[in-house]
Design a protein around this ligand. Structure first.
Ligand SMILES: Nc1nc2c(c(=O)[nH]1)N[C@H]1C(S)=C(S)[C@@H](COP(=O)(O)OP(=O)(O)OC[C@H]3O[C@@H](n4cnc5c(=O)[nH]c(N)nc54)[C@H](O)[C@@H]3O)O[C@H]1N2
Ligand SMILES: Nc1nc2c(c(=O)[nH]1)N[C@H]1C(S)=C(S)[C@@H](COP(=O)(O)OP(=O)(O)OC[C@H]3O[C@@H](n4cnc5c(=O)[nH]c(N)nc54)[C@H](O)[C@@H]3O)O[C@H]1N2
Ligand code: SF4
Ligand SMILES: [Mo]
Length: 708
C-alpha cells in the first residue's frame, strides 16, 4: 500500500520551555493516519520532549475540535457561518456599548496566545472597542514574580541568565517549583549541576520528583515562604555571609531590611514555617558560602496573598549575597505557560501597552498611539485584574465578555461565584479549540487554530523569542485568533487599524510598538529568529545581539541599583481552625496541563490520570477514617469538590494537595480563596483551610442525579 508522508515542524503548545518538535504524519489509503514525533534540537530543551509534548498532536487532531462557529439559541448550539458569527458579535457589542458605554465590553486573554495574537488583542481592546477592561490568565500565573522583578530590578525577565549557566552553579534554591513535572525537559540542567557538585535546596510541602534530588529539603507549611526567606536571610547576615561591596555599590535600601530581619527570632520562624531551625541554618549556610548561586521561584511561593513580597524576600537573599549579574548567578521566575513571558509584554494586561510600556504613562501612551495612528487621548486608561473583572461581571458593570484562550470558570478561584457571574452576562463569546467548560456557557463559540496550524512567535522562560511553525492546514473553518479580531474590527468600522494578512506583518508592527520599551523586540525579525534559532530580548538593534545575561553592570531602575524590600511576614491567607482543620494546597501533575481541556482530550495522557485526586498523609487519612482510593469531599468556606484519596508519606501531615486539571464537581477552585495580593492581585490559590470526609449515600445519590 502506498504511504504518503507529511511532516510539520512546530513547538509544543504547553509549558514555557517551548520544546521544538517535528510531527510526521503517515497516511495510508486503507488505514487511519499514524503519527511519529521527533524532538528538534533547540537551545532550551536540546531536542528533548516530555510526555505531554510527545502526545500533544492527539488533542490537536481530536474529533472534538470545533470546526465552525456555534451560536446558542434556546439553550442549544447550532453551527453558523463566520459571516453570521462576526455580524452577531459586531451587533451585540455595538448595542451594549451604546446602551452601557465602551467599558461594558470586556476582553480576557491567555498566555498560550502567540505574541502576535496577544498584541492584536491588546490593540483591539484599546482601538476597536475603546474599553479599559482587558486582562488575562497570566494574572494567576506570573503576576507576583513579574511585579517583584519590576520593583527589585526595575525589569521583569523570567530568567536573568541563560539555562546553560545552571550546570556551573554551586548552590541552587528551588522554591515552590516542581520542575521535574512542570518543565521536565529542563531537569538535565539540574542533574548536571549536581554531577558537577552543586548543592540543591528544595522548598516544598511535598517530596516531589524535584525534591527527590535535593540535598536539603525544607518541607515548608503552605503560605509561609516569606517568613522562611526572612529566616534564611537572617542567618546569612548573622554568619557574615553577605557581600558588602555588592550591597554598597549595586543596591539600595539594605538598612531597613537589616534592622527588620535582625529583629526576628529564628525559633519563631521555625514554628511558623514548620521547618526545623537547624535546617534553615544549613540551607542558609549552603547558599551563603557558595561562590555562585541561583534562586528559582514558581507558583508554590507566588500564589498567595503575600506572593509579591515572598518573591521580594527571596530576591533580598540574591542581592545580599551579590549573586546576580555574573556567570552562574541569578534569579529565575519559572514562567508557566508557553507564551507566559511574551504574553505579559505586549498589552493584554490591564495596565500595559506593548513593549512593557505603561498605559497610564503619558509618554508611553503618546508613543504607542503614534505607532497605531490614533490620538493618545482616545486610548482608555487602565482597567482591573482578571479576578476583579469577574467581580465586575458579577455586578453587571461588564455586560459582554470575549474570552480568548482561557477557561476561567475552571481556573479562577472561587469558581462558583465566577460561573454565576458569567451566567449574568448579556453576551459571552469564547474563542477556543474545544467546548471547554467556559465555552459551554457561551452564547457564541469561535473555533480557533491549534499549535500545528498557527504560525507565530512565543517567548520562552529564558526571554528567548522563538518562531513556531504552523503549516498544517486548519480543520474545518478554524481561524487564527488575530484574524478573528482583525475581521471583527472591520465589522466595527476599525478595519484600517488591523490590515494584517500574515502573522509576520503583525510582528513587524509589534517590533515598532515595542521599540525603546523595556521589552524591546525592535532588533528581532522572523528572518533572524530562523537563522539564529531564537533571540533574547531586550534586543534594540537589528545588527546587535540580544541580552543573554541581565544586570551585569547595572539594574534597570533610574539609579542603576537594585532595590531591597523590607518584606514583613504575617500569617498565611487562611488559618486552619476547628471547623476547617487542614490546609489545602494545589498544583500540577506531569501528564495534564492547566484546566485539562487539551490533555483530557489526549487518550494517552488521560489514561495516565483519569480523575482528580487528593494527596494525603496516611496518618492524617487514618484520623479521618479515609482509605486509599476512596471518594472524598473536600470543603472550604467557599465550596467543595469530590476527588479520590491518594495516600502518600511525601506530603506534610497538616496539608492536602489537589491538582487543578479538572472542572465541575472535581474542580479544586470550587474551594480556593479569592483573597488578592495587594501589590499584584494574585489570588491566594495555595492556602485554603478545608475539612474532608468520605462520601456518604446522600452525596452519591445527589451525584447520580446531577449526572442524569
Ligand atoms: N505538567 C504540567 N506542567 C506545567 C503546567 C501544567 O498544568 N502541567 N502548567 C504550566 C504553568 S501555566 C505553570 S504556572 C507552571 C507551574 O509550575 P509550578 O509552580 O512548579 O507548579 P505547581 O504544581 O503549581 O506548584 C509547584 C510546587 O509548589 C508546591 N507548593 C504548594 N504550596 C506551596 C507553598 O505554600 N510554598 C512552597 N514553597 N511550595 C508550595 C507544590 O507542592 C508544588 O510541588 O507549570 C507549567 N508546566
Ligand atoms: N487552584 C489553582 N488554580 C489555578 C492555578 C493553580 O496553581 N491552582 N494556576 C493558575 C495558572 S498559573 C494559570 S496559567 C491559569 C490557567 O488557566 P486557564 O487560562 O483556564 O488555562 P487553560 O486550561 O490553558 O485554558 C486555555 C483554554 O484555551 C484554549 N486554547 C489553547 N490554545 C489556544 C489558542 O491559541 N487560542 C485559543 N483561542 N484558545 C486556545 C484551550 O483549549 C483551553 O480551553 O490557571 C490558574 N488557576
Ligand atoms: S510540556 Fe513543556 S517540557 Fe514538555 S514537551 Fe512541552 S514545552 Fe517541553
Ligand atoms: Mo501558569
Amino acid at each position: 500500500m502506498q504511504a504518503m508522508q507529511a511532516s510539520f515542524d512546530t513547538q509544543c503548545p504547553f509549558c514555557s520551555v517551548q520544546c521544538k518538535m517535528r510531527v510526521i504524519e503517515e497516511k495510508q489509503t486503507d488505514r487511519r493516519p499514524t503519527y511519529r514525533i521527533e524532538g528538534l534540537p533547540n537551545a532550551a530543551s536540546e531536542g528533548r520532549l516530555c510526555v505531554k509534548g510527545i502526545n500533544a498532536y492527539q488533542h490537536a487532531l481530536s474529533r472534538e475540535r470545533l470546526l465552525k462557529p456555534l451560536l446558542k439559541t434556546d439553550g442549544a448550539f447550532r453551527e453558523i457561518s463566520w459571516d453570521e458569527a462576526l455580524n452577531v458579535m459586531a451587533d451585540r457589542f455595538s448595542v451594549i456599548r451604546t446602551e452601557s458605554g465602551p467599558d461594558a465590553v470586556g476582553l480576557y486573554g491567555g498566555g498560550s496566545l502567540t505574541n502576535e495574537s496577544a498584541y492584536v488583542l491588546g490593540k483591539f481592546a484599546r482601538v476597536a472597542l475603546g474599553t479599559r477592561y482587558i486582562d488575562y490568565n497570566g494574572r494567576f500565573c506570573m503576576s507576583a514574580a513579574a511585579s517583584a522583578g519590576v520593583k527589585t530590578f526595575g525589569l521583569d525577565r523570567g530568567l536573568t541568565n541563560p539555562l546553560t549557566e545552571v550546570t556551573q552553579t554551586e548552590c541552587i534554591v528551588l522554591a515552590g517549583t516542581n520542575i521535574a513535572e512542570c518543565q521536565p525537559t529542563l531537569m538535565p540542567y539540574f542533574t548536571k549541576a549536581k554531577e558537577n557538585g552543586a548543592r540543591i535546596i528544595v522548598i516544598d510541602p511535598r517530596t516531589t520528583k524535584t525534591a527527590e534530588m535535593a540535598d536539603i529539603h525544607l518541607k515548608v507549611k503552605p503560605g509561609t515562604d516569606l517568613a522562611l526567606a526572612n529566616g534564611l536571610l537572617k542567618v546569612v547576615i548573622e554568619e557574615k555571609l553577605t557581600n558588602p561591596s555588592f550591597i554598597a555599590t549595586r543596591t539600595s535600601g539594605f538598612e531597613n531590611v537589616l534592622s527588620y530581619v535582625s529583629s526576628l527570632e529564628l525559633a519563631e520562624v521555625a514554628a511558623l514555617t514548620g521547618v526545623d531551625e537547624d535546617d534553615i541554618r544549613r540551607a542558609a549556610r549552603a547558599f551563603g558560602k557558595a561562590a555562585t548561586g541561583m534562586i528559582f521561584t514558581a507558583r508554590g511561593v507566588e500564589q498567595h496573598r503575600d506572593g509579591h513580597m515572598a518573591v521580594r524576600a527571596f530576591l533580598n537573599l540574591v542581592l545580599a549575597t551579590g549573586k546576580i549579574g555574573k556567570p552562574g548567578c541569578g534569579y529565575g521566575a519559572v514562567t508557566g505557560q508557553g507564551n507566559g513571558q511574551g504574553g505579559r509584554e505586549h498589552g493584554q494586561k490591564a495596565d500595559q501597552l506593548p513593549g512593557y510600556r505603561l498605559i497610564e504613562n503619558p509618554a508611553d501612551r503618546a508613543y504607542v498611539a503614534s505607532v497605531w495612528g490614533v490620538d493618545p487621548a482616545e486610548l482608555p486608561g487602565k482597567g482591573v485584574s482578571a479576578y476583579e473583572m469577574m467581580e465586575l461581571v458579577h455586578k453587571r458593570d461588564i455586560r459582554a465578555l470575549l474570552v480568548m484562550s482561557s477557561n476561567p470558570v475552571v481556573s479562577n478561584p472561587n469558581a462558583d461565584f465566577v460561573a454565576e457571574g458569567l451566567r449574568r452576562l448579556d453576551f459571552l463569546v469564547v474563542a477556543d479549540m474545544f467546548l471547554s467548560e467556559t465555552a459551554l456557557m457561551a452564547d457564541l463559540v469561535l473555533p480557533a487554530t491549534a499549535f500545528l496550524e498557527n504560525e507565530g512567535t512565543l517567548t520562552n522562560l529564558e526571554g528567548r523569542v522563538l518562531l513556531r511553525g504552523g503549516d498544517r492546514p486548519a480543520p474545518g473553518e478554524a481561524r487564527h485568533d488575530w484574524r478573528m479580531l482583525a475581521e471583527l474590527a472591520a465589522r466595527l468600522g476599525k478595519g484600517a487599524y488591523f490590515p494584517y494578512s500574515t502573522a509576520e506583518q503583525i510582528f513587524e508592527e509589534l517590533r515598532l510598538a515595542s521599540k525603546g520599551g523595556a521589552a524591546d523586540y525592535y532588533g528581532i525579525t522572523y528572518e533572524r529568529i530562523r537563522n539564529e534559532g531564537g533571540v533574547y530580548w531586550p534586543c534594540p538593534d537589528p545588527e546587535g545581539p540580544g541580552t543573554a545575561r541581565m544586570f551585569e553592570r547595572k539594574f534597570a531602575h533610574p539609579d542603576g541599583k537594585a532595590a531591597f524590600a523590607k518584606a514583613v511576614h504575617g500569617a498565611p491567607g487562611e488559618a486552619e481552625d476547628e471547623a476547617y482543620p487542614l490546609v489545602m494546597t494545589n498544583g500540577r501533575m506531569l501528564s495534564h496541563y492547566l484546566t485539562g481541556v487539551q490533555t483530557r482530550r489526549s487518550p494517552t495522557l488521560l489514561a495516565k490520570e483519569l480523575e482528580n485526586v487528593m494527596e494525603i498523609h496516611p496518618r492524617t487519612a487514618e484520623r479521618y477514617r479515609i482509605g486509599d482510593g476512596e471518594l472524598v469531599r473536600v470543603a472550604s468556606r467557599r465550596g467543595s469538590m469530590i476527588v479520590r484519596s491518594r495516600l502518600t508519606t511525601d506530603i506534610r501531615e497538616d496539608t492536602v494537595f489537589v491538582p487543578m486539571h479538572w472542572g465541575g464537581v472535581q474542580n479544586v477552585n470550587n474551594a480556593t480563596n479569592p483573597l488578592l495580593d495587594p501589590f499584584c492581585k494574585m489570588p491566594d490559590f495555595k492556602t485554603s483551610a478545608v475539612r474532608i470526609r468520605t462520601l456518604n449515600a446522600a452525596d452519591l445519590a445527589a451525584l447520580s442525579e446531577a449526572e442524569g
